[in-house]
Design a protein around this ligand. Structure first.
Ligand code: AOF
Ligand code: ZN
Length: 333
């Protein structure tokens, strides 16, 4: 198997633990034996548990000797909550290491050099874009900035409205799109809404599993805003209620709780505050083939008063989600 094929499998391993490892990164690892056959698979365990390399080496056993470790992140070289992966790789007799991205965490970095010094060949940058835009995107952002990564998600009509003029909004997007959002929620640490959304929609903000099985882990629901939550609201006892509208204060409070990746789910005023503060790292729009005319826009008060103020984005991906358009875009830097 080529290193690229093995890295694709390592990415798939990491996807299985996305949302379950924070504040650690969801890393995937595949061990190839001397002949290039995959003999061990692993992914990061929940915080304090084993790293991906250790999990994969455990499965490979003695077959790892003389083999290759293919990892989405540079193996760590530090004694943190667990011993260094570089030591485990050396002890197992691994001869080659292939990784996608270098570790930006100064405490853990330096693994590539430690391995090279031990006579192990190291290749980096294999499927780097797939990993840094995929499973490790949020954590890389968090490691570099200290702030959780924010995806602003909304559903709107083709004319950019999120409700009709009387305020009714259920359901603009299709059932396929709504199911997709539930799957996405399960991979994130927290979901933020404004207290106005709680009043209007009484959301539960849970991730429902497509197969009907209860999920082991639910994202933390976060309500932002001064006003009290209505009595009997689904989120009354489950949500973290932050009485500030300042995005940086919200994100600092969440980072303190080990939150790495958040989904901002609305409404328009809260989205405006995050956009104005430059704290939207990705926009995920579900655009339904409908026109709502006089309803409210997806965002209010984004600080754009003239065309040169526009928040310019780069589209990363456009797909269909049932009858809807799904657009993923990131602010231009
Ligand atoms: C790896 N493989 O699977 C992960 C790594 O506190 P610790 O000991 O768990 O170390 C956490 C740091 O290790 C984390 O910030 C990141 O730099 C790296 N994570 N490294 O070799 C893994 N999850
Ligand atoms: Zn490690």
């Amino acid at each position: 198997m080529t290193p690229e094929d093995a890295m694709a499998l390592a990415i798939a391993e990491s996807e299985r633990v996305r949302g379950a490892t924070s504040p650690n990164p969801p890393v995937g690892c595949v061990i190839l034996d001397e002949g290039g056959k995959a003999v061990g698979f692993g992914a990061t365990r929940p915080i304090g548990g084993a790293h991906a390399e250790v999990m994969a080496l455990h499965e490979a056993g003695t077959k790892a000797r003389g083999g290759t470790a293919v990892v989405t992140l540079e193996p760590c070289a530090h004694y943190g909550r667990t011993p260094p992966c570089t030591e485990a790789l050396k002890e197992a007799g691994i001869k080659h290491v292939v990784h996608a991205v270098s570790d930006p965490n100064p405490r853990a970095a330096g693994g590539a050099k430690v391995l090279t010094d031990a006579g192990i060949t190291v290749e980096s940058g294999v499927l780097e874009q797939e990993v840094s835009r995929g499973p490790l995107r949020a954590w890389l952002h968090y490691a570099r900035t200290g702030r959780p990564h924010v995806t602003w998600k909304y559903a709107a009509s083709l004319d950019g409205r999120v409700a009709a003029s009387d305020g009714t909004s259920q359901w603009i997007s299709s059932e396929t799109s709504r199911r997709e959002v539930h799957e996405l929620r399960a991979k994130l640490d927290a979901i933020i809404v404004g207290s106005g959304t709680v009043k209007a929609d009484d959301p539960a903000l849970t991730a429902r599993d497509a197969g009907g099985m209860p999920l082991a882990r639910q994202p933390l629901p976060v309500v932002v805003g001064m006003s009290d939550l209505p009595r009997g609201a689904k989120l009354e006892h489950t949500a973290l209620h932050l009485r500030t509208h300042d995005p940086d204060e919200v994100l600092a409070a969440l980072a303190e709780r080990g939150v790495v990746e958040v989904l901002l789910e609305g409404g328009p005023t809260l989205a405006g505050a995050f956009l104005r503060a430059g704290r939207v790292d990705r926009v995920l729009a579900y655009i339904a083939p409908a026109l709502l005319g006089d309803g409210p826009a997806a965002v209010l008060g984004a600080g754009v008063s003239t065309i040169t103020d526009a928040v310019r984005l780069t589209v990363e991906d456009v797909t269909m989600s049932g009858p809807d358009l799904r657009v993923s875009a990131v602010p231009r830097t």
